[in-house]
Design a protein around this ligand. Structure first.
Ligand code: PLP
Length: 434
C-alpha cells in the first residue's frame, strides 16, 4: 500500500497497511470525492449494441463455448497487397509524423479522384474532408452543424450509431419506420411527412446496415424530388457500403442523382467495407466548403489528422486496380445466398434477399409468443436472439438495436461452413419452439 497516495486521494490517515486497505474499501462507499459525476451528455447515448453482442460472444468463446458467429460487421478479406505495400513504403520513408488535420494532399486528391470516377461528382480539394473512418466523418459533421431543436430524419432500421450521434450533438432524431413489405426502404411520402421547419438533415444510407436495403435509381430520384422541394434540408449520405452491392445492381448516391441537391449534400465514404480495411481507419467526404471547413475544425480538437501510414494505404486502395472489389463482392453474394436459404427455411422466420451490405435482417415475428423447450417464453427479439445463443450457440444481433422489432441481424461474413452449420442450428432451434 502506498500510504502517501492513499493519504493524498482519500483524505484519511492510514495507521497500518491492513487498516489502510479497510479504509480504502470504506472510502469507495463514503468518500464523496471518489464518485465521478459523469457529464449529462453521457446519458444521451448508449454503447454500441453490436459491440456488446461481440463482447458477449468473445467471453463465451473464451470460456470454451462453441459459438457460430453471425455478428461480423466487417469483411473478412485481407487488406489489398498494394495498400499494404504503400503503408510499408510510407514507414520505410519515415513519413510518419503529424499529418494535416484534413488529410494529406495525396489523400484528398485520391478522394477527389474516387468521387469523380465512381460517382461522377466533382469536388474541389477544399470540399474534401478526411478523417479516421467514416464514423468520425459523420460525427464531425453532426457535431459541427447540429443545435438544440434541430431535427434529423433517420429511416429505421438504422445503423445503431446514427440516433446516438445525433443526440450527442444535441439534436433530435426523427425516426421514419420503413417496413419489411417495402424492403425496409423509405417511401417518398414518408419522407415528405417527416420534414418540418426544424429539419436540418436527412441521414441516409444505401446499401443499409442492418437491412442491406439498396435503393434503385428511380427510388432515389423519387426521394430527391421531395428533398428538392424543401431547400432547408441538408443531406448526409453514408455510402460506406457502396461496393458491396449484389445481383448486378448499380450504385447511386443522392448528389449525383439530383444535381440540385449537390450544394446541400455531404457525401461520406471510407475504405473500411469496400476495401476490407476497417482497422486502418480512413474515411472521407465531399461537400459544401463551409461545412467541410467546420468538420475539419471539429477534428482539430479531437483526433487531428488520420495516420500517415493509413492514408498511404487508402490512397493505394482508392487509386489502384479495382477488379478485386468486384470479385470479393461476388464471393459475398454466394455467402449471402447460403444464409438466406437457411433462414427462410426456418420455422417462424421470414426474410428478403438484401441488395447490398453484409447482413440479412430477418423477421422472427412467427416465433414470438412461443415457448423454448425449457419453458421460457419468447416475448421479444432479444429473447429470441438469447435463445439462439444459449440453446444452439449461434450469435446474431437483436433488431431492437437497429430500431425495428421483432427482427434480428445475421451477418453473412463468415466461412461458408459456419453459414451452413449456423443456419442448420437456427433451423433446429426454431423447430424446437412450441
Ligand atoms: N456507416 C455504417 C452504415 C456502418 O455500418 C459502419 C460500420 O459498421 C460505419 C459507417 C463505420 O465505418 P468506418 O469503419 O469507416 O468508420
Amino acid at each position: 500500500m502506498d500510504h502517501s497516495l492513499a493519504h493524498k486521494f482519500l483524505l484519511f490517515s492510514p495507521v497500518d497497511s491492513d487498516s489502510s486497505i479497510r479504509n480504502l474499501l470504506r472510502a469507495k462507499t463514503i468518500g464523496r470525492g471518489l464518485v465521478m459525476k459523469f457529464a449529462p451528455r453521457m446519458s444521451r447515448f448508449k454503447a454500441s449494441p453490436s459491440q456488446i453482442a461481440s463482447a458477449r460472444v468473445r467471453d463465451m468463446v473464451a470460456n470454451g463455448h462453441d459459438i457460430v458467429k453471425l455478428t461480423a460487421g466487417e469483411p473478412d478479406f485481407p487488406t489489398p497487397d498494394n495498400a499494404k505495400a504503400a503503408a510499408i513504403a510510407c514507414m520505410d520513408a519515415n513519413e510518419i509524423r503529424y499529418t494535416p488535420i484534413n488529410g494529406l494532399p495525396e489523400m484528398r486528391h485520391a478522394a477527389q479522384f474516387k468521387f469523380k470516377r465512381d460517382n461522377g461528382l466533382e469536388y474541389a480539394l477544399d470540399q474534401i474532408a478526411v478523417g479516421s473512418g467514416t464514423k468520425q466523418i459523420l460525427f464531425n459533421c453532426l457535431m459541427a452543424t447540429v443545435s438544440k431543436g434541430d431535427e434529423i430524419i433517420i429511416p429505421a432500421p438504422y445503423w445503431a450509431s446514427y440516433p446516438d450521434m445525433v443526440q450527442l450533438a444535441g439534436g433530435t432524431p426523427t425516426i421514419v419506420n420503413c417496413s419489411q413489405n417495402n424492403q425496409f426502404k423509405m417511401r417518398p411520402e414518408q419522407l415528405a411527412e417527416a420534414i418540418t421547419a426544424n429539419t436540418k438533415w436527412l441521414m441516409f444510407s444505401s446499401p443499409s446496415n442492418p437491412t442491406g436495403a439498396t435503393y434503385s435509381l428511380d427510388e432515389l430520384k423519387a426521394l430527391a424530388e421531395v428533398l428538392a422541394a424543401h431547400p432547408h434540408v441538408y443531406i448526409l449520405t453514408d455510402d460506406v457500403y457502396e461496393h458491396l452491392i449484389y445481383d448486378d445492381r448499380t450504385f447511386h448516391t443522392l448528389a449525383e442523382v439530383e444535381p440540385a441537391l449537390y450544394d446541400r449534400t455531404v457525401t461520406c465514404n471510407g475504405v473500411s467495407k469496400g476495401y476490407s480495411m476497417t482497422g486502418w481507419r480512413v474515411g472521407f467526404a465531399g461537400g459544401p466548403k463551409d461545412i467541410i471547413a467546420n468538420m475539419s475544425k471539429m477534428q482539430s480538437q479531437s483526433t487531428s489528422g488520420s495516420s500517415a501510414v493509413s492514408q498511404a494505404a487508402a490512397v493505394a486502395a482508392l487509386t489502384g486496380p479495382q477488379e478485386f472489389v468486384v470479385e470479393r463482392t461476388a464471393n459475398l453474394q454466394l455467402r449471402r445466398d447460403i444464409l438466406f436459404d437457411k433462414l427462410n427455411k426456418s420455422k417462424g422466420l421470414k426474410c428478403d434477399l438484401p441488395g447490398g451490405a453484409m447482413y440479412i435482417f430477418c423477421s422472427c415475428a412467427g416465433n414470438i409468443g412461443k415457448k423454448a423447450p425449457n419453458g421460457k417464453l419468447i416475448e421479444t427479439d432479444e429473447d429470441f436472439t438469447m435463445y439462439l445463443l444459449n440453446s444452439v450457440g449461434v450469435a446474431v444481433v437483436q433488431g431492437n438495436a437497429y430500431g425495428l422489432s421483432p427482427f434480428f441481424r445475421a451477418s453473412f461474413v463468415a466461412p461458408e461452413a459456419d453459414l451452413i452449420r449456423g443456419g442448420d442450428k437456427i433451423q433446429e432451434a426454431c423447430a424446437a419452439l412450441s
